[in-house]
Ligand binder design. Structure first.
Ligand SMILES: C[S@@+](CC[C@H](N)C(=O)[O-])C[C@H]1O[C@@H](n2cnc3c(N)ncnc32)[C@H](O)[C@@H]1O
Length: 289
């Protein structure tokens, strides 16, 4: 039979043989396509369950957020609280935002995130007001207060409270690279010795400005605490803030005398562009005119 087939093929024109072979090939089931269909079906099923879970309600309890970090990652309370804007100052920030924007959809920018306690608390309140609101965080994810890999912990917290859809995380330095812990040795971690090992994207505020001016309804500045650095951040934030937008500066107190001096100097030199909204002894809030 094989022999007869070989003789038959010998006399049939090559074009016809090729045509037949192509026809037979096209009738074979396409395994790669079947695999793709299955992969898409399985993925869709899994993704649907995530969407279902996302409909959980959002907790707005500051203590619950701090306990989340203490219990999930075994971080000492003194570190979680000591490195975060306290609840009463966050409440005042939220009040000012709500008063200024009512239930409008807003976009905020947070420079200096640490674990994201203040970010999570403020965002959960923003979302309750308008669930389309967005909060953008900028942090280089370098060790702070002896705690490393902050970003993984922060993302876990956002998932815990279903805030991942309202958050945008930018891993980088607001301006140029700076030392961690504001240059202070913490738990035997020396920022000067570790400087070369700490890596991250730089110039985030300039890039955000290139993407568009006046995009943010409010900005919280709580990153590098060196006074000259803050001056430069303030200049960049002026064009990022929308008219009537609010700038919140943290740690404007006696523990950070140079920072305080720098903040009030900026206000004096820029009173044509900003007015003081409030000063609670720690947060200085400025409104863009
Ligand atoms: C005081 S903590 C922020 C606490 C946070 N605002 C809260 O209340 O939950 C300062 C954070 O700023 C980060 N940081 C330092 N330099 C920065 C820079 N140039 N740009 C952005 N973040 C910076 C530090 O690594 C640290 O995570």
């Amino acid at each position: 039979m094989k022999f007869l087939k070989a003789i038959f093929l010998f006399f049939v024109p090559y074009g016809l043989v090729k045509l037949y072979a192509n026809y037979k090939e096209s009738k074979k089931p396409d395994l790669r396509l079947q695999d793709q269909h299955k992969a898409e079906r399985d993925a869709n099923q899994l993704e649907e369950t995530v969407l279902e879970n996302d409909r959980k309600t959002i907790s707005v309890d500051y203590n619950a957020i701090t306990h989340f970090f203490m219990e999930t990652f075994n971080i000492e309370e003194s570190h979680v609280l000591g490195g975060s804007i306290p609840q009463e100052n966050c409440d005042r920030i939220i009040q000012a935002i709500v008063k200024n924007y009512s239930t409008n959809r807003i976009t905020g920018l947070n420079i200096g995130n640490f674990l994201g306690v203040a970010f999570t608390y403020i965002l959960s309140n923003m979302v309750q007001n308008n669930n389309q609101s967005t909060f953008v965080s900028v942090d280089p994810n370098i060790p702070h207060r002896g705690i490393s890999d902050l970003e993984t912990k922060f993302i876990s917290c956002l998932h815990e409270y279903n805030l991942q859809d309202n958050s945008l995380i930018i891993n980088g330095y607001s301006l140029r690279k700076n030392t961690s812990n504001d240059g202070v040795i913490f738990d035997n971690y020396d920022p000067k010795e570790a400087f070369d090992l700490e890596k991250g994207c730089t110039g985030v505020l300039d890039k955000l400005t290139q993407l568009g001016k006046n995009n943010f309804q409010f900005v919280i500045l709580d990153g590098n605490h060196h006074s000259e650095y803050l001056q430069q951040e303030l200049e960049r934030c002026t064009s990022l803030l929308a008219p009537n937008g609010i700038l919140f500066l943290d740690d404007i107190d006696k523990n950070w005398k140079l920072l305080k001096k720098s903040a009030f100097h900026f206000l004096k030199a820029n009173n044509h562009a900003f007015e003081e909204l409030y000063y609670d002894g720690r947060i200085l809030a400025l409104r863009r005119k």
